[in-house]
Design a protein around this ligand. Sequence first.
Ligand code: NAP
Length: 270
Amino acid sequence: MPQESENSRRKTVVISGATGGIGRFLCRQLRQEGWWVVILSRQADMPADIAADMAVTCDLMDAGAIATAGVAIREACPRIDLFISCAGTISPQTVGVLDGERVRRQVETNLTGVILLTQEVLPNIAVGGRILFVNSMAGVFPLAGSAVYTASKFGLRGFARALAQELRPRGIHVLSVFPGSVDTPMFRDEMEQGGSLLNFMSWPQAPERAAAWILAAARGRKEEHFPSIIDRIFPPLFLCSPVFLRLCMPVMTVWSRLTRWCYRRRHGRG
Ligand SMILES: NC(=O)c1ccc[n+]([C@@H]2O[C@H](COP(=O)([O-])OP(=O)(O)OC[C@H]3O[C@@H](n4cnc5c(N)ncnc54)[C@H](OP(=O)(O)O)[C@@H]3O)[C@@H](O)[C@H]2O)c1
């Protein structure tokens, strides 16, 4: 548990998914900036290279564990300046052969668990504090072959937008970031399991760069952050008009194939 005097001197951030490809760089950078870093993980023994001041065990698929983690966090952190929800999971499968356990894992980790955890930390989020959801381009662009992940991230976007309205009068800023592909264990697993080719619409970003971009977003006033202007403009057009999506799909497919070929060559996989 943090020393009260030390904790009151330093700004406090609570991060889920902190052991992951992106999360560990978020922790590292925040710690370097002097934040008091509290992380959540399913792992009881924290990897030695994770930069954290306090670790709380929590499986987002377990509502009881989320409630227990909430008590520990509220006791240890009377004032939370930033909550980053970064935990997530993906299991590509086409609808028709969906395995119920994988559906549950994605919906509970990416959506239900995030909602419950947000509710647990909310009482201690300071006035002027921030809540940041790490979403995905799949939260605005439908990914065939990953319909459940897409559904969970679309749901997360809706939750964040509604929450932003609820919390604005309390002076709490809610924002979402929508990264494209990031070269992490999640991305590599996804590709091995036959993830969507359209992940290669952009070159997979290095996780440290993605983390720096996310933290820059955390300091801004915007509610939604996209990697580029194209990513901000095109997905809403695709959603407005399925015809537009169908027309653009051949170009996007060819482009993604080319990027994937280059990526595989660079990584010696084909
Ligand atoms: N990589 C990409 O291409 C990409 C692109 C767009 C968006 N994103 C989003 O970015 C976030 C981080 O992705 P990443 O690539 O860093 O993934 P990653 O390397 O696979 O890490 C996933 C993290 O989520 C945590 N996690 C998974 N299941 C959990 C559960 N049931 N309960 C609690 N924690 C759980 C893991 O923590 P423990 O194992 O320690 O419990 C781990 O820290 C995710 O929300 C993902 O959707 C990723």
